[in-house]
Design a protein around this ligand. Structure first.
Ligand code: ATP
Ligand code: MG
Length: 300
């Protein structure tokens, strides 16, 4: 029934750490979405796309069961579901179309701060609480460590204090949550980002064409996010040194300045932003009026 309609179905997290960035990505790709608060399905007005807003845990399954065509989800959730399905002999097929530039985090093991920890063998015989039992089990097996895994869907970080576990294995980005709970990070077992995935056996011609239209836009948005437009004035005598300082600037545009023969304007699309240190070096070489501007879209 889901495949009868030819509209492309994209699953995204309804509310949580990935939803704002996922929505922003779709918007930058030109999708006009009418997201009324409590709706499960949002129709894209200007393309044959429906957006399904669900819990992030459901997204890998929706793709692997072929119920949705595309989805954005954290690799941690995707890999966990994939390992679980392989164990259960369920379908676990999908294709990663793109690793995205948001949702960065790591899955780490943490122990109480006062505990001494040398290496993974210190976990032998311990109880570890986690929301990601399959990823943790894979790591422990690789390390040859026997530990008991307790699966908790939430509040993993309070498990040691509550006497439910000796250690935890949880997602970390800054480490502030661990700190606030008297825990220290001792092993990183998995690094994750948000990914755009596609179901296997997608063969509808119109849908494939739509995906082929979306991908260059996604690439363009991501490239633009990383790039900056840099403008500055430079003394002609220092041109070479100044251009060498600009990151990823193969073919800068050099323009004369009206009424000043000693200076030129340099315009360049840079593959990354300028650090303050580089700007200070440029200034020391005689550059002035240095501007670093964001780029909204890009097609090369
Ligand atoms: P849902 O209600 O959809 O199930 P959730 O509570 O399971 O949401 P979130 O906390 O919103 O999930 O996190 C979604 C994803 O964001 C994570 O699976 C992970 O890939 C990513 N993420 C990035 N940084 C962090 C972080 N510091 N802690 C947890 N997840 C993070
Ligand atoms: Mg979830």
């Amino acid at each position: 029934p889901a495949t009868e309609s030819k509209r492309l179905r994209i699953a995204m997290q309804k509310s949580g750490r990935l939803s704002v960035d996922s929505q922003a990505l779709f918007a930058s790709c030109g999708l006009k979405i009418n997201l009324r608060e409590q709706r499960l399905i949002a129709h894209v007005e200007n393309m044959a796309i429906d957006i399904l807003r669900v819990r992030d845990d459901d997204i890998p399954g929706l793709i692997m069961d072929g119920v949705c065509d595309l989805g954005i989800v954290g690799e941690n959730v995707l890999e966990e579901e994939s390992l679980q399905r392989k164990l259960d002999n369920d379908s676990a097929d999908y294709t990663i179309l793109k690793r995205l530039d948001f949702g960065s985090c790591r899955l780490s093991i943490a122990v109480p701060q006062e505990e001494s920890y040398a290496n993974s063998s210190c976990l032998e015989g311990k109880t570890i609480a986690t929301t990601y039992p399959r990823l943790l089990a894979r790591y422990l097996k690789q390390q040859g460590v026997n530990a008991r895994i307790v699966t908790l869907k939430g509040s993993v970080e309070v498990a040691p204090r509550a006497g439910l576990a000796d250690a935890i294995c949880d997602l970390v980005s800054t480490g502030a949550t661990l700190d606030a709970n008297g825990l220290k990070e001792v092993e990183v077992i998995y690094r994750s980002k948000a990914v755009l995935i596609q179901r296997k056996n997608l063969c509808d011609d119109k849908q494939l064409k739509l995906i082929n239209k979306l991908m260059p836009r996604i690439n363009g948005v991501m490239q633009a996010n990383e790039s900056k437009y840099i403008m500055l004035h430079a003394p002609r005598t220092e041109l070479e040194q100044i251009i060498a300082l600009l990151p990823g600037a193969e073919n800068p545009t050099i323009l004369p300045l009206a009424g000043n023969d000693n200076l030129v304007a340099i315009h360049v699309v840079s593959s990354e932003s300028l650090f303050w240190e580089t700007m200070e070096q440029l200034k020391a070489l005689g550059a002035s009026s240095i501007l670093v501007l964001p780029i909204e879209k890009m097609m090369v």
